[in-house]
Design a binder for this molecule. Sequence first.
Ligand SMILES: C[S@@+](CC[C@H](N)C(=O)[O-])C[C@H]1O[C@@H](n2cnc3c(N)ncnc32)[C@H](O)[C@@H]1O
Length: 308
Amino acid sequence: MGPGKVPAVAPSDLPPPGPASAPGTNALVTAAPGVVRTVRGTVVTASATAVMGRSSPPPAGTPGAPRSLPSPTPGPICGFPAPTDTVTARQLWGQERAITGNRQTGWTFADAFVAEDEALLWARDQAHAAGLRPVSPATGAVLRMLSATVDAKAVAEIGTGTGVSGIHLLSGMRPDGVLTTVDTEPECQQFAREAFRAAGFAANRARFIPGRALDVLPRLADGGYDLVFCDGDRMEGLEYLAESLRLLRPGGLVCFEGVLADGRTVESGPQPVEVVRLRELVREVRESPELIPSLVPVGDGLLCGVKR
Ligand SMILES: C[S@@+](CC[C@H](N)C(=O)[O-])C[C@H]1O[C@@H](n2cnc3c(N)ncnc32)[C@H](O)[C@@H]1O
């Protein structure tokens, strides 16, 4: 079935949660009126969206209310947990557990914060069916915001997948902007092409290039791009970074999806070479004199840098 003919989404129709889901923690979240979806995470209930409309936090103990924490000094601010930098070593045990829980809730809330339309949900379903991991809804929303922030006319994407990130990027770009998207799998790009069409983008808004990123990127124009989004082979991040710095105009943005590798990037102990490579990438972006860096904790970690 094509993306224009998607039936109403029922929880039972949705793909299983991605590998980042905590076991047994699927929550039902009302992402938009009438749309009930499972999303990654825990604790958040259907009242999460309703909280957005409130001018003040609901009383503690009601659904959607901020969780009350064992109170450090100073106490909760305006009903919200105190900032994490007030946690002292003595309080860590209880505090860490509670803060982790809140962070999980925050991620779930962020994923439900901007509702995805049917074309996006269709592209997401195709990704799961193909065994791919598309960007999370919150990561997509950040990508959309960033491409709007740089008023992107030209964006390069490594890793088209089935088009989830592409739709978000196109949504934030200028109406005449063109997304150049590279993937080794032309079949995936065909799904993305359908999804872009279903999302209402004219065919000339996207240029699909099949092939390996490291073969294709050298053919793209120096300084010709406002944003480069990297979501291809995690082993090649450093090479993508070098190419991105060449492709970007001053003030342009490079973004890398999945740099936290489900938390393994920041865990101690031996890690697979893929994680070691991600650590090198994180360090390189942080220390590059050519970039203003930020690691945005959405999805599986979105590493960003603005080219000076
Ligand atoms: C995680 S998926 C991309 C998901 C997509 N960005 C989205 O959010 O819908 C990674 C994609 O990168 C592609 N890929 C893997 N290695 C690649 C390479 N060396 N060059 C280009 N694409 C590659 C895979 O075929 C796959 O479609």
